[in-house]
Design a protein around this ligand. Structure first.
Ligand code: G4P
Length: 527
């Protein structure tokens, strides 16, 4: 194996998905602790602040700063290099999360044991399922009075439509939480509260069929053994291929805040989660171990320093190796760049990258050369596919107070649109620009950013449009004719893809019936 292949094979790139408050931040902190990557007391607090920041402008600013610093965390654990990608917790930014999920090879789902599967988890999980992303499941907060583990297992399997294979099983819960049985290794890890200890200090009792355990943990032990007995008959053993296909998910129980049951998850992550896989481009499938570099922009964060209009494009390295100063070509524009100050995100500090390999994430500062979905290569004309844009669910028309600033408004909206902060539509028949969002909060953030970053005071007005569908057709002439006929209901997005706009579903339905050759899409995939 060459050095490059070896480096790539030891990458594990994943994201944690969960409903807000399930324990993602806490778990992230513990994972970082294990890998020895941190010292992060401060950053966890900062993230907490950001969670409550939904209406406070200053806080939104802070949140953007924080989210870049903690967008990607790289750490070493055992023989692996782990890239953990952060996903925004608030569901109004879920579009951003969907795109982050296109850049990972596996996901860790955190479920609050008291609440079971919650809405946001379900939405995110559907994205993973549609991409066959392997998923590990961690049931958190066993130190509380929670749902019965068998009921939880049943609920998760039913709602998520995949089978779970318990790797650990809880003994008791709440005040009577005694620990977890490590089914694979036939031993029990005894619970002890406390966040600071490393888990090497945990007491581990070998052999689950043990009189000592039975005596010591009485009813909780008996119940757990009985449940395990039932499960052994009912659940198949873990099949790595089924896991890799996203059909089976290894299941773990624990308490993140107590740093308990976390190490098992991390171990499973390095053992079971796949190294970087092949990526699909329009032209061909690209293998990670190909020697030439290629990568795709899956996230853009703009104006970190408003004075310089800088942006950071987050690039997932798809193949080969990146080294500083190397010349890269943007397929869309044909432009060449030679990034010097590429950053990575070691233990939450931005650090200059000398080298990164397939599976890693690099951040390239730029002034608008790089857009969401862009493919970068050493010269080959590749276009990676699969970056999703979802049809917005609410719309506003944007007006400005000072008409002399309309150029700045257009420029600002173009850039915010390219960043994916909001979707911007330009009506075919002219008139005010339309903004489309998945979540209400996106509008507020955009108004704020227009003012602070572009000096534009904008106002949002209601519009009659409630939904949009991107339109395509095999026959260009038919599409053009449709656009002209429906001129007042067609608008163009930031990449000049046409969309049909409607006030309600019946209007859409009617248009679909009238124009059977036109295809209407609720999602646009880049490329
Ligand atoms: P999130 O990122 O998914 O939104 O969740 P986060 O980690 O911030 O955790 C949400 C809350 O749940 C926090 O409490 C956290 O302390 C608590 N928590 C996380 N893991 C566990 C666990 O294993 N057991 C218990 N009992 N609680 C857990 P908070 O009250 O919001 O904050 P704090 O005051 O505790 O810091």
């Amino acid at each position: 194996m060459t050095d490059l292949t070896h480096e790539i094979k030891r990458r594990r790139t994943f994201a944690i998905i969960s409903h807000p408050d399930a324990g993602k931040t806490t778990l992230t902190e513990k994972l970082l602790l294990f890998s020895g990557a941190i010292q992060i007391a401060g950053s966890v607090k900062a993230r907490k602040a950001s969670r409550h920041a939904t209406s406070d402008w200053m806080e939104i600013e802070k949140q953007r700063g924080i989210s870049v610093a903690s967008s990607v965390m790289q750490m070493e654990y055992r023989d692996c290099v782990i890239n953990l990608l952060d996903t925004p917790g608030h569901q109004d930014f879920s579009e951003d999360t969907y795109r982050v999920l296109t850049a990972v090879d596996a996901a860790l789902m955190v479920v609050d044991a008291a609440n079971g599967v919650e809405e946001q988890t379900l939405r995110l999980l559907k994205v993973c399922r549609s991409r066959n992303t392997p998923i590990l499941t961690f049931v958190n907060k066993m130190d509380r009075e929670v749902k019965e583990p068998l009921d939880l297992l049943d609920e998760i399997e039913r709602t998520l439509g995949m089978s779970l294979v318990p790797m650990t099983w809880p003994v008791g819960m709440g005040k009577l939480f005694r620990g977890v049985m490590d089914v694979q290794n036939d031993r029990m890890r005894v619970f002890r509260a406390g966040a600071d200890r490393v888990d090497d200090a945990d007491e581990v009792v070998e052999g689950l069929h043990s009189d000592t355990l039975a005596e010591r943990f009485g009813a909780e032990y008996d119940k757990a053994m009985e449940e395990l007995g039932l499960l052994q008959d009912a659940t198949p053993p873990l099949d790595r291929q089924e896991f890799l296909d996203g059909k089976q998910s290894p299941l773990f129980f624990g308490s993140a805040v107590n740093n308990f049951g976390v190490r098992e998850v991390l171990d499973a992550l390095v053992q079971l989660a796949p190294p970087p896989g092949a990526r699909v481009a329009q032209e061909r499938e690209v293998q990670p171990v190909e020697p030439k570099f290629s990568g795709v922009v899956f996230k853009v964060q703009a104006n970190m320093d408003p004075a310089h209009r800088d942006r950071i494009a987050f690039v997932r390295v798809s193949s080969g190796e990146f080294s500083r100063g190397m010349k890269l070509k943007v397929t869309r524009s044909g432009k060449e760049i030679r990034p010097q100050t590429v950053v990575t995100f070691m233990s939450q500090r931005r650090e200059l990258v000398e080298q990164a390999v397939a599976g890693d994430i690099i951040g390239i500062p730029n002034h608008g050369t790089l857009q969401l979905g862009d493919t970068l290569t050493e010269g080959e004309a590749l276009n990676f596919t699969g970056l999703p844009f979802f049809a917005p669910e609410s719309f506003r028309a944007v007006e400005i107070k000072d008409p002399l600033r309309s150029k700045q408004l257009r420029q600002g909206l173009q850039q915010l649109g390219e960043e994916g902060a909001i979707q911007v539509f330009r009506p075919h028949a002219g008139g005010s620009l339309l903004l489309g969002a998945i979540g209400q909060l996106q509008f507020e953030v955009v108004l704020h950013r227009l003012k602070s970053e572009y000096g534009v005071e904008a106002r949002l007005e209601n519009t009659r449009f409630q939904l949009a569908r991107w339109i395509t057709c095999d026959d260009d002439a038919v599409l053009q004719k449709f656009i002209e006929t429906e001129a007042f209901r067609v608008a163009w997005d930031v990449v000049d893809a046409p969309a049909f706009m409607a006030a309600h579903h019946s209007e859409l339905q009617l248009a679909m019936e009238r124009a059977p050759q036109i295809r209407f899409h609720a999602m646009r995939e880049h490329g």
